[in-house]
Design a protein around this ligand. Structure first.
Ligand code: SF4
Length: 227
């Protein structure tokens, strides 16, 4: 499979945020979100066999722990990534899959915890969510909305209620988008939507969702890769 990087860091944006995690970042994405912070994954990377990837994960986190399969869009390499996830599960790892929601998720192994995006109106990729994926969500999964303004927020709030996501999955995550140019300041100044404003909207509406900040951007320089 084509891999951009494999590294260990702190999980940044889900209910697993803050835990040590090995990231397997696959190359390539078929979407072009306006606030994407992973454009360096669109091309390049290195060919790695399944065995090579497993070996590297085991070196970084021997005997188990948390592994996140991410990208780019990892499900573009479904034929190889599904057996990889199964092997990691069999080896005792807790496996997270971070995906754009545009690919069909039917063949993802049941024990993988899916963190599935639903792209909002101002993402540059609206209406790309594969609606049948709602049927493949498990109670352990999470659905993430990256928000850049009030229109995105209202879309997310209404999507969560219409599809009763709060009753279907572990969490609906509302995450303020970061500016692509963010660098230097490790604070909320580069958020496209002020987290405080988002929190106040959520409280006013009683939104059944969890405010989620990309904590790695508060720990390291927001422009830093491999964290
Ligand atoms: S789906 Fe993810 S990797 Fe692809 S463009 Fe959007 S944010 Fe970037």
């Amino acid at each position: 499979m084509q891999i951009t990087e494999i590294y260990k860091s702190i999980q940044g944006e889900s209910t697993y945020a803050g835990l040590p995690c090995v990231f397997v970042r696959l190359t390539g994405c078929n979407l072009r979100c306006s606030w994407c912070d992973s454009e360096y994954t669109f091309t390049g990377g290195h060919r790695r066999t399944l065995e090579e990837v497993i070996e590297e994960v085991e070196q970084l986190s021997p005997g188990g722990g948390l592994v996140e399969i991410t990208g780019g869009e990892p499900m573009l390499q479904e034929r190889e990534v599904v057996p990889l996830m199964q092997r990691l599960l069999d080896a005792g790892y807790t496996v997270l899959l971070e995906t754009s929601g545009e690919r069909q998720l039917e063949r993802v192994p049941r024990r993988v915890i899916k963190i599935v995006d639903v792209k909002c109106p101002n993402s540059g990729e609206p209406d790309t969510f594969h609606m049948e994926n709602l049927d493949w969500l498990n109670p352990e999964d999470e659905v993430k909305f990256v928000l850049s303004d009030r229109t995105d927020y209202e879309f997310a709030r209404d999507f969560v209620s219409r599809h009763r996501l709060d009753q279907r999955v572990n969490a609906a995550l509302f995450s303020p988008a970061f500016s692509k140019q963010a660098s230097g300041a490790r604070d909320a100044s580069a958020c496209l939507l002020d987290p405080r404003e988002l929190a106040e909207w959520m409280l006013a509406d009683g939104a059944p969702a969890r405010l989620s900040l990309q904590i790695h951007k508060f720990v390291w320089d927001p422009a830093m890769k491999g964290v």
